[in-house]
Design a protein around this ligand. Structure first.
Ligand SMILES: O=C(O)c1ccccc1NCC(=O)[C@H](O)[C@H](O)COP(=O)(O)O
Length: 219
């Protein structure tokens, strides 16, 4: 079994190159302006055009208005839209239909009760992303907080759509996270940064090596 990785919040060609060179299968560009990882549409377009064949590019949005989506999707070549806010299933379906693009909906998890929302989102999304729910009042971003959730909540469950695991993954814990959840795709951001918004090629390489080691262990 091999585990695929999405490197989220890429802002430089060097980090993009490291992701491609060391085996990432997905790269994410953040179009949520309050995030320290966000890129303006022009930079996003430049980076997305550098993505090599075989690597899928994802644009991350949080409760985007139609004009925000248009400003990005009109000029940035992306393979998938990631919705990381409080979008309803109806809004997810609307965005998917309007831009005729695959959509991945982030589901934020703190307790087993949070799983109840999944079927409605699975019905309208192409893929799901399970991330930690940010604790109220402690952090201001709806994702990318470097926080893990209780992975046992996902243990032994299956879903109607493909999914990725996110939230506080590091080179040290990714093996346990995969073993506990059965994830076959992992998504990382904070732990490969030297400070918020600043990923380094070296940390990207180390995380991807840790994921490769997981895959080897499982064989
Ligand atoms: O990364 C951000 O700044 C961000 C901001 C707003 C919504 C989502 C955001 N990131 C989402 C991601 O896809 C992250 O990769 C995922 O949440 C995991 O992040 P981390 O826990 O930092 O590895």
């Amino acid at each position: 079994m091999s585990i695929d990785t999405k490197i989220c919040g890429i802002r430089t060609p060097e980090v993009l190159e490291a992701a491609a060179k060391h085996g990432a299968r997905w790269v994410g560009f953040n179009f949520y302006p309050p995030s320290p990882r966000s890129v303006a549409p022009d930079l996003g377009a430049e980076l997305a055009r550098m993505v090599p064949t075989g690597l899928r590019s994802v644009g991350l949005f949080v409760d985007p208005a139609d004009d925000e989506l248009e400003a990005v999707l009109g000029r940035v070549p992306l393979d998938m839209i990631q919705l990381h806010g409080g979008e309803t299933p109806e809004r997810v379906a609307e965005i998917k239909a309007r831009w005729a693009m695959p959509v991945m909906k982030a589901i934020k998890i703190a307790t087993v009760e949070d799983l109840a929302a999944i079927p409605a989102y699975a019905a309208v999304s192409d893929r799901l992303l399970f991330d930690a729910k940010p604790p109220k009042g402690v952090v201001s971003l709806p994702g990318g907080n470097g926080l893990a959730f209780d992975w046992s909540i996902l243990s032994g469950r299956t879903w109607a759509k493909p999914w990725m695991l996110a939230g506080g993954l590091t080179e040290a814990n990714v093996a346990e996270a995969v073993a506990r959840t059965g994830a076959t795709v992992v998504d990382v951001s904070s732990s490969i940064e030297e400070r918020p918004g600043h990923k380094t090629p070296e940390r990207v390489e180390r995380f991807l090596a840790a994921v490769r080691a997981v895959a080897v262990m499982a064989n």
